[in-house]
Design a protein around this ligand. Structure first.
Ligand code: ACO
Length: 327
């Protein structure tokens, strides 16, 4: 049945990786690890690192400008900016307000969302809430992180896994017919379980230590939760969207570990050829990894307008979630 429905549609995507590259071999000079171990366990070959004086808002701004150009829009059109980040320049103000000033967007709505690696999926759902209700016409949703600033460079179990980067999408309202043929967001599934906080956290903050702290993780336990939790969220988001897994054209997962994304694809019955994987080139960039992978798949010509795309992520909290959309 046709039911005119306002949808929030991705009209532009952009990614940015800082220039400096740190290879596995580079890390092996300072911690007891090897390219072989890292690649075999994670699929990671290298990560990018923000330069001194280059901040999360700078990476976010680069990605935002690329996404706006891809959408054929300018900063003057933007009335909502949401940045998903767990590594803001400052405790406040938000990175989103900094991006607003840097790109020269007019007075509008701007704030950050903090759900660690799941941040982009959470932020997209929040932006969808604004755009699909007509409260914003042109939104920038950005995932941006300088995760290398949270690393304990003596801890080989974590410092090899993360990198810096940013990705952004432009979301605009477009009328659809209320069916799965519509472009735009079709279904979300978001979850959190605060009882698992000790599996992955940062041991500092403004109200505890007064310092930024360093990332701590029980990697193998996180791994076990990831495959099960993410698979359940994918199935729930597909059910909300009213689509079956075999209707998905592209699986664009959070890029944490090649073994996690393959394990999830296997568990939910997704063809491995439909998986966009960029973890080898930029490691885990937390909230930035999904839009970075999306930009990659669009730039290399695989993902095209009209394709059905599945996004998913899990991160500290624990938080996790998935989204089905038509590009
Ligand atoms: N180089 C060499 N050896 C290492 C390294 C390293 N960089 N890191 C750990 N090891 C050693 C350990 O010390 C341990 O040695 P031991 O057996 O002598 O004690 C051995 O390797 C095995 O350690 P495990 O932690 O059990 O190794 P595992 O196979 O689980 O792989 C990894 C570790 C890669 C961290 C994996 O657990 C993982 O990817 N977990 C998911 C974590 C993640 O992606 N978190 C990101 C946020 S959550 C998310 O995005 C989904």
């Amino acid at each position: 049945m046709i039911k005119p429905t306002l949808r929030s549609v991705i009209t532009g995507v952009g990614g940015y990786l800082p220039e400096d590259i740190v290879t596995n071999a580079d890390l092996a000079k300072t911690v007891d690890t090897s390219d072989e171990w890292i690649f075999e366990r994670t699929g990671i070959r290298q990560r990018h690192k923000a330069a001194e004086g280059q901040y999360t808002s700078d990476l976010a701004t680069e990605a935002a400008l690329k996404a706006l150009a891809a959408a054929g829009r300018g900063p003057q059109h933007v009335d909502l900016i949401i940045v998903a980040t767990t590594t803001p320049d400052l405790t406040f103000p938000s990175v989103a307000t900094m991006v607003q000033a840097k790109i020269g967007a007019p007075v509008g709505i701007a704030f950050d969302v903090q759900a660690v690696c799941s941040g982009f999926v959470y932020a997209l759902s929040v932006a969808d809430g604004f755009v699909a209700r007509g409260l914003a016409k042109c939104a920038l949703v950005i995932g941006a992180e300088t995760m290398t600033r949270l690393m304990d460079w003596h801890d080989r179990g974590t410092c090899v896994l993360f990198g810096d980067g940013a990705g952004a999408v432009v979301l605009e309202g477009q009328m659809g017919q209320g069916t799965t043929a519509d472009r735009g967001m079709l279904g979300f599934s978001l979850r959190a379980d605060g009882t698992k906080r000790d599996l992955l956290y940062v041991d500092g903050g403004p109200s505890t230590t007064g310092t930024t702290g360093k990332l701590r993780m029980a990697g193998n336990q996180v791994f076990r939760h990831a495959v099960v939790n993410i698979s359940e969220a994918i199935e729930a988001s597909a059910a909300v969207a009213g689509v079956s897994i075999d209707q998905i054209d592209w699986f664009v997962p959070h890029q944490a570990n090649q073994r996690i994304l393959e394990g999830v694809a296997r568990r939910v019955g997704l063809d491995e050829h439909k998986v966009i994987s960029t973890v080898s080139i930029h490691a885990n960039t937390s909230a930035a990894s999904i839009p970075l992978a999306l930009a990659h798949g669009i730039d290399d010509g695989r993902i095209k307008p009209g394709h059905m795309v599945l996004l998913e992520a899990m991160g500290g909290g624990l938080t996790w979630g998935a989204c089905v959309l038509r590009l």
